[in-house]
Design a binder for this molecule. Sequence first.
Ligand code: SF4
Length: 474
Amino acid sequence: MRYIQGEDRSQSALFPLSLDELIPDDHLVRVIEAYISLLDFEQLGFDKARPKATGRPSYDPADLLKLYLYGYFQRTRSSRRLEAECQRNVEVMWLLGRLAPDFKTIADFRRDNSAAFSATCRAFVQFCRHAGLIAGELVAIDGSKFQAVASNRKHITPKKLKHQEAALEKRIARYLAQLDEADRGEEGESIDRSAVQATLRELQVKKANNQTCQVLMEAQGLVQHIVGESDAQKMRTPSGKFVAYNIQSAVDAEHCLILHHEVTQDGADRQQLEPMAKAAKAELQQSQLSVTADAGYSNGEQFQACEDASITPFVPPNRSVNNQGGGTEFFDRTDFKYEERSDAYQCPAGKMLTLKQMSKGDRIYQATIADCSVCPLKSRCTKASRRYLTRHAHEAAFERMELRMQARPEMMVSRRSIVEHPFGNLKQWLFGNGRFLLRQLKGARAEMALAVQAYNLKRAIKVMGAHQLMALMG
Ligand code: SF4
């Protein structure tokens, strides 16, 4: 028996294969080529979109964007690895016409075109909308933390700095004591005075730097700072606390395409519902929209703002059940009936709680001492001399939300199935559960825009097929 034999390396062909013959008709690189040919690079704001009349010619941003889209599609994000792919990968050779830019050119292109990548994402969303891939009936909003370049070791707080300062002071005191002992002749010739003095100088410089950091943080009101990546924040994630960015996405329910994404520095999602919903609505160019998100997005003010903008949110209201007794010991807020006409609450004993004062927009109501002191239900109502009740500044929006969620309980199941797909893909498929490669917000935004663009392209190919997609791209 023989093994299957390969071709002789020195074999020459009568009709050598062209690069084009090596690439199948429905290959990814052909889709990327067709898509890139649609884009107006000048309008999208790419650097060097118009070639200079004089000087050394630069690379066409179209070629470099093709390279990055291919790279993110293939989980190759590093500029050095992309440089290597240009020299050995037949698919990249076809895509770039055998151009082989060096890693610095490739890296500079990504660094300098962060805003243009986001514009390209928006352009692809519009293409998908016109291609019928986006229904715009329901949009799910979610956030996920992606690790920054900087590690946890670079995270400093005023408390950590104080600890470090105390440790430095201890070490300095120890070395000074050694020098004193040597001066008194107790350690004899055993210590190297110049080495100890050099270490002391080093420690004193560290202590001075530490103190400067403390002063600067206090002056700027910072509670945390990441050395080398000031835009990042230490955030809580399911697997611990990491230096990260909070990536927000608004995903269309029809085919799980990402309509809008944002790289944020806020570790919580509470302030994100309104801006994300409004951005998704603007992308969809619709007059009405329904959005869903988890309880982390619960925010009465933003519920109201969404309703005012013709957006119907479906978010589980996340609120304290009672403002007295922890929600179990005493009557719950829902046991009191609000009467809008008289702006007062009726308690379970039928007495009225009237408005006492406003506090940061919230309205505080109180019963009368006369009513409560003789009330047979008092032991179930309050330990104080009278019962107080707080009405949230946007209580009506919370109440409407509760009714909406009761009417559509399936919304939470839909939400999960819509948003988990893109984030699962972005994290595992594109980032390989790794971290960003570029520092600061600008870098993270550039990388996330490329990743989202690659994800959306992959989804469009999966749903439509490469041939039909290319036919639509013309
Ligand atoms: S204690 Fe006061 S507020 Fe509570 S049920 Fe009795 S009268 Fe109403």
